[in-house]
Design a protein around this ligand. Structure first.
Ligand code: JD8
Length: 262
């Protein structure tokens, strides 16, 4: 999988050189590149923000550096932006007429061949394990990390003429930018790529994988500070262990996340 990240804080992603993803990059499972948005500015102050049209607090990210950054990642656009249509955010690229009707490369064949530009946004669809599984099927993901009050909307409209666009939220709370959300999504997606985790079996038994919270885990010693390990786990009776674990999943989910229960 190819992953591109555009941000004004590239150093934020240096942790991706180590960890599980670090190994995936070495093994070629993931080809990841971090781009500094300021490298796509041309003024002495490398300006990426300006005051909002219509007034209001804070600053908005300028479209020009984003346009150049996306063009460098998605390949230069064949059309002039003036004709760009307004975005229907749920549409995949081929449903919104690209300005000059030229079919985008690979649009015709398999859907996941088309790059997907993910804009982390508090106004996006909420990220879930289901979405992580969907994105793990894609061959090229671009994470567009905004800051300030957000990115000029025309950047999202333009991106939709070049790729699939998804606005995705990490959850119903406000962050200062898209970097933390992108990092969380890249980890959740990356570990689902075949070959990423040593034992794919372990992926199956996780919270949210089967819609239930996971069961409690224990390891040696059998007694610790007066706390015992549930005897069934020491019984060797695999059917009883599986039944106990399932009961624990359902009980925990009912108590902590009843919204997950059918
Ligand atoms: C991208 C700028 C900050 C947001 C004014 C604070 C995701 N679950 C989530 N919460 N917040 C974000 C998020 C916040 C961002 C940007 C994502 C770009 N900001 C803005 C609007 C209010 N400031 C997020 N994913």
């Amino acid at each position: 999988m190819r992953i591109d990240i555009v941000t004004i804080f590239p150093e934020f992603f240096s942790v991706l050189d180590v960890s599980l993803l670090g190994k995936a990059r070495q093994s070629g499972l993931i080809d990841l590149e971090v781009h500094n948005l300021r490298d796509f500015t041309h003024d002495r102050h490398r300006t990426v923000d300006d005051t909002p049209y219509g007034g209001g607090a804070g600053m908005v990210m300028k479209p020009e550096p984003w346009g150049e950054a996306l063009d460098s990642i998605l390949g230069a656009s064949t059309s002039s932006a003036t004709e760009a249509p307004l975005l229907d955010e749920t549409a995949s690229p081929d449903e919104t007429a690209s300005p000059d009707e030229t079919p985008l490369p690979e649009l015709v064949e398999g859907a996941d061949a088309t790059p997907t530009v993910i804009f982390p946004s508090p106004a996006g669809e909420v990220f879930t394990q289901k979405l992580a599984r969907e994105f793990a099927e894609h061959s090229h993901l671009v994470f567009a990390c905004g800051r300030y009050e957000g990115i000029d909307q025309r950047v999202v409209d333009y991106a939709a003429t070049r790729a699939s666009v998804r606005l995705v939220s990490l959850g119903d709370y406000v962050l200062n930018g898209g970097e933390v959300a992108s990092m969380a999504m890249i980890e959740a997606i990356g570990r689902l790529i075949p070959g990423m985790v040593g034992n794919p079996e372990s992926l199956v038994e996780e919270s949210h994988e089967d819609g239930l919270l996971e069961y409690p885990s224990y390891t040696k010693p059998a007694e610790w500070r007066g706390y015992e390990v549930p005897p069934v786990l020491l019984s060797g009776n695999h059917a009883a262990i599986a039944a106990w674990r399932r009961e624990q999943q359902v009980e925990r989910t009912r108590r902590i996340r009843p919204d997950l229960l059918p």
